[in-house]
Design a protein. Structure first.
Length: 571
């Protein structure tokens, strides 16, 4: 891995001496490349052996990408220990644990006796509060009581949840001085990716693991969007306060986006060091006012159809410059929450164009699909899953049917399961079965589904339009991004922290390479809506505001329908 491939800021980061190093790496600035080059440099310069280096990430995908890059850069030499926080804790605790599945966790949470002020929360929302408390991000006596009751139920069933991996590792390192000393001696250099996603418990684990000040942390405080998990961009300030002798380096060259996109994103946070666009090609950014969610959906569908040549994909297979080809995977539709996207999802589905839904609202999250995946996985692992709504005897019966059909193709096996479980006739399940047709055996299908699960069910190789929550889009990039629902009460959400909502807006605005369309309505759900303050605050010279040419006609048609409806109500 040659230093010649790096810009000056990246080189300074890679070649920084021992001691604490803080790298602020904005979107598209080569964060993973820099972190991987740092590890390679530590090894090739002789400053550390591979076994002395620990690199911590937050996703399996990030860990696997870093491993692959490092092996390629070091020409197959033994690499550093690269792991997620949770995988490292699992390794330290040993394999003698059984994890509670999501349905089991939710069943336990539903049975908890709640204080009055928490009765309106869903089981998932309450689960997030419990998780925050376990990760030392919630200090509330009533929630602490819930955590105790929840943990007791888990213990009675011989289960732990993923938060317990961190909690138990912290207990291990606090109580076992010999183990702590052993780990501190083993890892002479620790590096942390996406440091803004670190919560209080993970930061304490980092402090327990280190035997010196050779800490290298990299990330972007303006992309800290997981406050509901206990993470905060303020972790950078805490790190700097704890290590006042740190070196501070900022990466500023954005290799992802055209100048127009970079200029617009710079205007969101004017106090930070501005990014510079490496690309000299041109694209576009604009905010478009439309009538309502249906006009919003029509705008997006029309633009995609126009870009791919009316849906016949001729541009994607033409003989002209390949860099100008447009395929469906170039398009992403981002939104704050699923409710905002329902009309657009329906329009995309009715257009007949292939698509995938990532994050909240993904078909893979549906209980029936999760049940089918769990049963398919059981044919590989041999372990019977627990399924909500089914007794153990019923599950055993299903498993007997699976044994009789061993060797069947995954799609055929899934159709059999649907018949046995009474799941037939569901359109989402037909789509799921269709996604399995290309796999020759269950092992390869389950491996694919497990990879999807680690990535919020995003398939980077699928030639399909991506519809995603902003949270699930973090770390991804697309040629053309449509951000829908840019309205007050939606983004920023009326019940969320405004600062974190602004960071969420920033994440969405920095996903596109060439084109960014931000859409907002005059009415949503039949009620008047107002342009998001985040959009309104951006100067017109960096984010032009335009009006849908069909808006006036749409308004006239809407008034006509409303008048006709009111007249009919008189009779």
């Amino acid at each position: 891995m040659s230093l010649r491939e790096l810009n000056e800021s990246q080189k300074r980061a890679v070649m920084a001496g021992d001691g604490p190093v803080v790298i602020i790496a904005g979107p598209g600035t080569g964060k993973t490349k820099t972190l991987t080059a740092r590890i390679a440099h530590l090894i090739t310069s002789g400053r550390a052996r591979p076994a002395q280096i620990l690199a911590l990430t937050f996703t399996k995908k990030a860990a696997e990408e870093m491993k692959a890059r490092l092996l390629a850069g070091l020409e197959g030499q033994s690499a550093a220990h690269i792991s997620t926080f949770h995988a490292l804790c699992h390794e330290l605790l040993g394999n003698d644990v059984t994890y509670a599945s999501d349905p089991v966790r939710l069943q336990i949470i539903k049975k908890l006796t709640r204080p009055v002020r928490l009765k309106g929360l869903s089981a998932r929302e309450l689960g997030l509060l419990i998780s925050r408390a376990k990760n030392m991000a919630e200090d509330d006596p009533e929630i602490a009581q819930l955590v105790t009751a929840y943990d007791e139920d888990l213990h009675q069933q011989g289960l732990i949840d993923f938060d317990d991996l961190l909690v138990r590792t912290r207990q291990l390192l606090l109580q076992d001085a010999q183990k702590r000393t052993e780990l501190q001696a083993r890892y002479t250099h620790i590096l942390v990716d996406e440091f803004q996603d670190t919560n209080t418990l993970q930061y304490e684990l980092l402090q327990l693991l280190r035997g010196n000040d050779n800490l290298f942390v990299i990330g972007d405080p303006e992309q800290s969007i997981y406050g509901f998990r206990g993470a905060s961009g303020d972790i950078f300030d805490k790190f700097k306060a704890d290590f006042p002798q740190h070196r501070d380096i900022t990466l500023t060259i954005n290799y992802r986006s055209v100048p127009e996109v970079v200029q617009a994103s710079n205007a969101i946070f004017t106090s930070r060091t501005p990014l510079e666009a490496y690309s000299q090609t041109h694209g576009s950014v604009q905010a478009i006012q439309v009538l309502n969610e249906y006009a919003e959906a029509a705008w997006v569908c029309t633009e995609i159809q126009r870009a791919i040549g009316g849906g016949d994909m001729l541009r994607a297979i033409s003989d002209d410059d390949p860099s100008a080809h447009v395929t469906l995977k170039d398009f992403a539709i981002l939104y704050r929450n699923r409710a905002v996207a329902l009309a657009t999802q329906r329009a995309i589905r009715e257009s007949g164009l292939p698509y995938q839904i990532v994050g909240e609202g993904s078909p893979y999250e549906q209980p029936k699909v999760q049940a089918l995946i769990a049963l398919l996985r059981s044919t590989v692992t041999g372990e019977l899953p627990e399924l909500e709504g089914f007794s153990s005897s019923e599950i055993n019966l299903v498993h007997d049917k699976l044994a009789d059909a061993s060797g069947a193709a995954p799609s055929a096996l899934t159709e059999l399961l649907m018949q046995v479980l009474g799941f037939e006739g569901d359109p989402a399940l037909k789509q799921f079965v269709g996604s399995l047709v290309r796999f020759p055996d269950v092992v390869s299908a389950v491996a694919y589904l497990d990879r999807l699960s680690d990535q919020d069910f995003y398939d980077a190789n699928a030639d399909a339009i991506t519809l995603s929550t902003i949270h699930a889009s973090k770390g991804l990039e697309f040629a053309h991004v449509f951000l829908i629902g840019a309205e007050q009460g939606v983004l920023p959400h009326s019940k969320a922290d405004r600062d974190e909502e602004k960071r969420l807006f920033y994440v969405a605005a920095t996903r596109p390479k060439t084109h960014l369309d931000i859409l907002y309505t005059t009415h949503r759900g039949g009620q008047p809506s107002e342009l998001s303050a985040f959009v309104r605050e951006l100067p017109d010279e960096v984010l032009p505001k335009v009006v849908d040419p069909h808006l006036a006609d749409d308004q006239r048609r809407l008034k006509k329908r409303q008048l006709k409806k009111s007249q009919q109500s008189l009779f």
